[in-house]
Design a protein around this ligand. Structure first.
Ligand code: FHN
Length: 430
């Protein structure tokens, strides 16, 4: 189970008991909130503004002197995330522009020392998130578009290549990561950027970094958005803008993992960082479907919000959080802690499972075959149902299991406006 990526002389990675417990807890909450927040939000053009605009880094960095998120209220953010039904929050502690959003002694280019705001927003949010009973995770960029010691990859602005010194940069990262672990005790670290050297051979020394992290906190889970299958030392498998096993965005060369927890991240609109012109927010219906489809593949959904420079969460994002919360208040038991069932995806929807129960999620009511005023589902089904009911009402539905392994269920014609009509199939053998 833990041998992946341990080729050669590398000792196999053996996760701690606490780490295994973190993995279990992680899958008990299928929804996480991703936050891309940094000084790039002042430009309101997304988090890649420095690289895309080709601004001189010194000019770009002046945004720090004007960064004053007066409306930032960690408790209000944490409440909004909790009310959405999320179980954890993953915040960018440092993105590719290298601006550090936490209190650090390793660089003056940080929220406490370089901004008039002077507050450790990562620290405040961590406290608030944990206060709501949620877990805190940190995104940490392996890329730095401003530090001269980071060896420039495919992205970013041109720098003096003679100053590149990965060993020095690696030590800087380790010192910052130690700060993250010791100051905030996150449940997970989420790395990003290894793809920056695709086609440019580079030894990132990731296993060394992972061992360093697990040496400080063996229970901390590590994920890396390298767009490939997980390797030794990693504790969960990431997918970007696609669910496991899919690759419509072209990012994911990863195969899905049978052993590690899975997490797929997605934007609420089209950008990760705040973009003033991007109002292309997905509907609550689309987001719920994404969450359900993720759960049906045994994956979490890490749903992103790009907070504004003034510290406010964008109004459309708050609206989507409320919509998700309204759904989760009833249906969380059909996704949280649920995984893959033997019922394959159907034209009308998908299924999730917890021991003793399979949930059918009718996401496309128009695809349900209808007879008179009844909907009829016929599905290949393994195991013996003892009852089939509507969820959450618990109203018994007529069903019949035939000897060829098909289960047919008669239900009221599904309401075309319903976001998700859920049917619960109970049975000790399921
Ligand atoms: O370049 C980043 C991007 O800004 C964002 O952070 C996403 C989140 O998955 N990851 C990278 C692109 O793969």
């Amino acid at each position: 189970m833990f041998l992946a990526g341990t080729a050669g002389a590398q000792a196999p990675y053996v996760p701690s008991e606490g780490n295994l417990q973190s993995r279990k807890e992680f899958s008990e909450h299928r929804l996480g909130i991703f936050l891309h927040w940094g000084i790039y939000s002042t430009y309101a053009q997304g988090e890649w503004y420095l690289s895309n605009s080709k601004l001189d880094p010194d000019t770009y960095s002046e945004a720090a002197a004007g960064f004053y998120p007066a409306r930032f209220d960690a408790d209000a953010w944490a409440r909004a995330f909790k009310d959405s039904g999320a179980g954890y929050v993953t915040m960018t502690s440092r993105h590719h522009d290298g601006f550090t959003m936490f209190k650090t002694a390793q660089t003056p280019f940080n929220i406490v020392d370089a901004t008039p705001f002077g507050r450790d927003v990562v620290g405040e949010l961590t406290k608030a998130v944990k206060g709501q009973g949620m877990r805190m995770h940190f995104y940490y960029s392996l890329i730095d578009w401003i530090r001269p010691d980071y060896p420039k990859g495919n992205s970013g602005v041109a720098k003096d290549p003679a100053k590149a010194d990965y060993d020095a940069y690696f030590e800087f990262e380790k010192r910052q990561i130690r700060e993250l672990l010791e100051q905030y005790h996150p449940q997970a670290l989420w790395f990003d950027g290894q793809w920056d050297h695709d086609g440019r051979p580079m030894d990132w020394r990731m296993r060394e970094l992972y061992d360093f992290i697990h040496g400080i906190d063996p229970d901390c889970m590590i994920g890396n958005n390298h767009h490939q299958s997980a390797v030794g030392g990693e504790d969960f498998q990431l997918f970007e803008k696609d669910l496991p096993g899919e690759n419509t965005s072209g990012f994911n060369r990863a195969t899905t993992s049978d052993t590690l927890p899975l997490e797929a991240c997605e934007t609420m609109n089209n950008n990760w960082g705040y973009h003033v012109a991007d109002l292309n927010y997905k509907s609550v219906r689309t987001l719920v479907h994404l969450l359900v489809r993720a759960a049906s593949k045994g994956s979490n959904l890490l749903l992103n919000i790009g907070p504004q420079a003034n510290g406010a969460l964008p109004a459309p994002a708050l609206d989507r959080l409320r919509g998700l919360g309204a759904w989760m208040r009833t249906y969380a038991p059909t996704v949280d802690g649920c995984g893959i069932s033997t019922v394959q995806p159907q034209s009308w929807g998908v299924s999730t499972k917890r021991p003793g129960t399979v949930f059918l999620h009718i996401l496309e009511p128009a695809a349900v075959p209808v007879s008179g005023d009844k909907g009829i589902l016929v599905i290949p089904f393994q195991g013996k149902p003892t009852a089939v009911k509507s969820f959450p009402e618990g109203a018994p539905l007529k069903w019949k299991a035939d000897k060829d392994g098909f289960l047919s269920i008669t239900l009221p014609t599904p309401d075309p406006s319903a976001i998700d009509t859920v049917i619960e199939i109970a049975g000790a053998s399921l």
